[in-house]
Design a binder for this molecule. Structure first.
Ligand SMILES: C[S@@+](CC[C@H](N)C(=O)[O-])C[C@H]1O[C@@H](n2cnc3c(N)ncnc32)[C@H](O)[C@@H]1O
Length: 254
């Protein structure tokens, strides 16, 4: 077995077993700020460092997010946090939306994305950690950006203020190596304390990579207890879907 496959096997085990995750995190503690570096984005976009996001390998998970967007909300109002150059926007536009707002720290990335602006589509230079808006959205997407932010559970809690009732987050996080994989699995674990997982799908791509996409909704606070919110509106669920979806209840029996 190659080193990359072994790492992926460890991550898959930790993904499916909270006890394996706890053990691996003791053996291999993670630095929650390891990927946070707000100063990196502008020069990296200027130098074409993220051009590879337009390749066909990335397009696969963009299609998954776009399909979820259509199934969850049909013609949705979407906030795309950390939209970069608008790569995901291309896929979302194909399935249709009512309104789309993309925000990103990098002015260079936003200027490129803004070539696709129209009356329903806006791109804004903004820091997700301080962004404010009077708009409300059916979906808030964080595609491969949550792990770059300081406090993901706190960020989602503040972004949840912009969700319409019954709205949901679609979050994608990819894991290449063991260290960043454990960081992401620990982030998922923390997010699931405050958010209910409605759907999830995992994609195995090249030998080392495991990508997880989840639909999350804020748990409702009711006095001291927290309850699951009413189901996100999934209008086009298909029974074939269950072959690729592992829900939380199934996972705890694996
Ligand atoms: C790996 S890129 C992903 C871009 C895009 N979501 C995609 O998949 O094509 C991460 C993005 O997060 C953005 N980002 C990082 N920190 C941010 C913040 N605090 N507020 C807004 N955007 C941020 C970066 O500028 C960058 O465009």
């Amino acid at each position: 077995m190659t080193h990359a496959r072994l790492k992926r096997l460890l991550l898959l085990t930790a993904y499916q077993s909270p006890m394996a995750l706890r053990t691996l995190l003791i053996l291999h503690p993670v630095d929650r700020n390891a990927l946070r570096d707000p100063g990196r984005w502008e020069p990296e976009y200027r130098d074409g460092g993220w051009d590879w996001l337009w390749n066909s390998r990335e397009a696969i998970h963009h299609q998954v997010i776009a399909a979820y967007s259509k199934a969850l909300a049909g013609k949705a109002a979407i906030l795309d946090v950390g939209c970069g150059e608008g790569v995901l926007h291309d896929a979302l536009r194909c399935v249709g939306y009512e309104r789309y707002t993309g925000i990103d720290l990098s002015a260079t990335a936003v200027a490129r994305a803004a070539r696709s602006s129209d009356e329903r589509t806006h791109f804004v230079v903004a820091d997700a950690e301080t962004f404010e808006t009077a708009e409300r959205f059916n979906l808030i997407v964080l595609n491969e950006c949550l792990y770059y932010l300081a406090d993901p559970p706190a960020l989602l809690a503040r972004l949840a203020r912009f969700l319409e009732p019954g709205g949901a987050f679609i979050i994608s996080m990819a894991m290449g190596g063991l260290a960043d994989g454990l960081l992401m699995l620990s982030l998922w674990r923390d997010l699931e304390r405050d958010f209910a997982v409605r759907e999830e799908v995992s994609l195995l791509q090249d030998p080392g990579s495991l990508r997880i996409i989840k639909i999350l909704q804020p748990l409702q606070r009711d006095g001291y207890s927290r309850t699951r919110p009413p189901n996100a509106r999934i209008t086009q669920t298909d029974t074939r879907h269950t072959t690729t979806t592992i829900d939380k209840a199934q996972r705890s029996h694996m």
